[in-house]
Design a protein around this ligand. Structure first.
Ligand code: ATP
Length: 310
């Protein structure tokens, strides 16, 4: 077990930001902490890392109790925080060198590691740039390089792609997968379900400081009744027909808005066929029709009654 968290409670005055949070993160995982803004992800990370005091609970990292002065553990942890934390007066190279130097004293070894980190985040041509000259995406990549240059065994990234362009975002996600392939255990927090779906091997979904579901994507999606979402471009359909459609076996809900019919069905096998047959037999004209599998947003929606993102 790389991280073991038991019954963590954190209060800010009357607000319970973490409500008996328990987590176990295993070696080699890309572990996703998914939840809407304010659900407690950053608070959880900061408490796990002993950057924030908590009211109750236990945190162990690499099998040892985590404390603010557990420097031996910190050597093997890489942290990439939500807010970019680099020095404006240092260049790209100097920033990475500074952070790497907190853990690696040997100069030759450090030079090798910093060069590797510069290449890893593809900032070679920007090595002499000062942070103020970098775009948002490049700055995020520098932030990541500073957190990982010392080759930690555990890397914790708190929303590393917020306000990043799609190209940089993809590079960041690919980079995280490569770090994992090289042996690092990853903890990744996000409110973007697409990112978590793309890279995480196991996921915990949080809401209001509590874990509401956990498992692999497949396990999470198997927890809900929704099996398939069928969207049909349907220009004219009568209320009575919508009613009949709702009554069909396997259909969970039917909504018609802006000439779009959205039909949610259970996990049966022939739902698309059932819908098509209904449309044809009632001579309802339709354009494009497609079916989608549930997303993690659907999981969140079914459990909490609200969207993951507003
Ligand atoms: N220093 C603080 N003082 C008071 N309340 C706080 C403080 N930091 C966070 N909170 C509150 O605690 C709750 C959890 O916040 P937290 O930042 O951990 O959530 P999050 O899931 O990381 O969201 P985000 O993605 O917006 O950072 C929120 O209701 C937030 O307003």
């Amino acid at each position: 077990m790389i991280i073991h968290v038991k019954n963590l409670v954190k209060r800010y005055g009357d607000l319970v930001a973490l409500d008996h949070l328990s987590l176990d993160i295993k070696e080699g995982e890309i572990f996703g902490l998914l939840g809407p803004n304010g659900s407690g992800k950053s608070t959880a990370i900061n408490c796990i890392l002993s950057l924030l005091n908590y009211d109750k609970g236990d945190v162990e990292i690499f099998g040892k109790k985590m404390t603010p002065d557990a420097y031996d553990l910190k050597r093997d942890i890489g942290i990439v925080m939500q807010n970019v934390a680099v020095f404006d007066e240092l260049t790209v190279y100097e920033n990475i060198d500074y952070f790497c130097g907190l853990y690696v004293r040997d100069r030759a070894e450090r030079k090798r590691l910093v060069e590797e980190a510069v290449a890893f985040v593809e900032l070679d041509q920007f090595r002499k740039f000062y942070p103020k000259k970098l775009s948002g995406g490049l700055l995020r990549r520098l932030n990541i390089a500073c957190g990982i240059a010392h080759k930690p065994k555990l890397i914790i990234l708190d929303e590393p792609t917020v306000a990043v362009d799609p190209q940089s975002r993809n590079k960041i996600l690919e980079g995280i997968e490569r770090l994992n392939a090289q042996g690092a255990t990853i903890v990744y927090t996000s409110h973007y379900m697409e990112e978590v779906e793309q890279i995480c091997s196991r996921i915990v979904i949080m809401d209001k400081g509590r874990i509401i579901a956990s498992g692999t994507q497949e396990e999470l999606k198997a927890m809900i009744t929704l099996g398939e979402k069928i969207t049909v471009e349907a220009f004219s359909i009568e209320e009575e027909q919508l009613h009949q459609l709702r009554e069909l076996t396997g259909i969970v809900s039917v909504d018609h808005m802006d000439n779009r019919l959205v039909i949610k069905s259970d996990k049966g096998n022939n739902n698309l066929e059932t819908v098509l047959e209904f449309l044809k037999s009632h001579q309802i004209g339709f354009g494009r029709i497609y079916s989608e599998m549930p997303t993690l947003n659907d999981v969140f929606l079914e459990i909490t009654g609200k969207q993951l993102r507003d």
